[in-house]
Design a protein around this ligand. Structure first.
Ligand code: ADP
Ligand code: TRP
Length: 329
């Protein structure tokens, strides 16, 4: 059975971008693939070096994963820092990663701009740790949103390079996976290109009904079309993308026709979007609260996940040590 791995950094609550870009695929894939999902707490140190309460942040994401429908009996969920073997593979990959190529990664350049006072080596080698997460499990498919494409290319590059350097056919090249056949980029509610925690334009899975409605009703729009069949400005295109994700293609087509006939009322479209968002989120919200208060369950899930992931990781590390020529320990 094909193997699947993916993770998200515990730097806040999950939002619709995380949901449609990644977690929805996790839930679908668990029935068809050999899946593991994890919480990338080491990665979060690249941007949050002194996390306030990392254990709580990890539990928040875990509760949200479970509430979205990941079943740990089908797909173990683990915490990255519970699987120390990843660090050893990270080290080997670092030795074969070149400064030039790491410096060219867009997300690194973005972070240099965003946090000029903390351009740490972890940021630079972020793709090496991510590749270690993936290659450790010999994953075939990795469900992630569009913004992770470059990191995925690096993971494939490191897999190929390892094989070439040590003259083996050991690591496979992991493919990115998108359940809708193409990579999803969920736009933000401020009309900007991407919903993201650091952009402050998110609809969170845990937002209450009123907040969801308020945020959607306030989403940025314009005065409306001034010509028949007018091309949509970016903010409006973004609203339609969000509408299709929340309400389905039929509804988005309906509003698109109204737009083309210059009869659109954004307020009506948003009302339906808010209603459908609440329909989607109500059960998830309720489950988040229930899971978050069941500490014993969360601990059990993390322990089982760590055991499953460590067993697989140990096997990989033994093989990698042998390939490079280290002593068996
Ligand atoms: P954030 O941008 O809020 O910090 P992350 O970068 O931690 O989110 O992303 C976690 C996962 O969610 C990744 O797989 C990423 O591709 C996906 N993701 C995040 N935001 C979006 C978005 N707006 N559209 C599609 N996928 C997204
Ligand atoms: N870089 C990913 C993100 O920001 C998180 C991540 C770390 C990841 N390691 C991974 C995703 C391995 C998939 C597979 O969302």
């Amino acid at each position: 059975m094909e193997r699947v791995i993916s993770g998200i950094r515990p730097t806040g609550n999950l939002h619709l971008g995380n949901y449609f870009g990644a977690v929805k695929s996790f839930v679908k894939m668990q029935d068809e693939y050999d899946c593991m999902f994890f919480i990338a707490d080491w990665h979060s140190l690249t941007t949050h070096p002194t996390p306030e309460n990392i254990r709580n942040s990890v539990k928040t994401i875990l509760s949200e994963y479970l509430a979205c429908g990941i079943d740990p009996d089908k797909a173990p969920i683990y915490v990255q820092s519970d699987v120390k073997q990843v660090l050893e593979l990270y080290l080997y990959l670092n030795m074969n990663a070149y400064l030039g190529e790491l410096e060219r990664v867009t997300s690194f350049k973005e972070k240099v701009r965003k946090q000029p006072d903390n351009v740490n080596a972890g940021l630079l080698t972020y793709p090496c740790l991510m590749a270690a997460d993936i290659l450790m499990h010999k994953a075939d498919k990795v469900p992630v949103g569009k913004d992770q494409e470059q990191n995925m290319e690096m993971a494939r590059l490191f897999a190929r390079r390892f094989n070439r350097i040590y003259n083996v056919e050991y690591f496979k090249e992991p493919a990115s996976f998108h359940f809708a056949d193409k990579a999803v980029k969920v736009p933000g509610l401020d009309g900007s290109g991407k919903m993201g925690k650091s952009e402050g334009n998110c609809l969170y899975l845990c937002d209450d009904e009123k907040t969801v409605t308020k945020k959607i009703m306030r989403a940025v729009t314009d005065q409306g079309p001034t010509q028949l069949n007018q091309e949509k400005p970016e903010v409006i295109q973004n609203l339609f993308t969000l509408c299709e994700l929340l309400c389905g293609k039929e509804a988005a087509d309906y509003y698109n026709d109204l737009y083309n006939r210059m009869e659109i009322r954004y307020g009506d479209m948003k009302k339906q979007m808010a209603a459908d968002a609440n329909k989607l989120l109500a059960p998830i919200r309720e489950k988040i609260t229930a899971y978050a208060s069941d500490d014993a369950l969360l601990e059990r899930v993390m322990r089982q996940g760590a055991e499953a992931a460590s067993a697989r990781a140990e096997k990989t590390i033994e093989e990698v040590r042998e390939i490079i020529g280290f002593r068996k320990i």
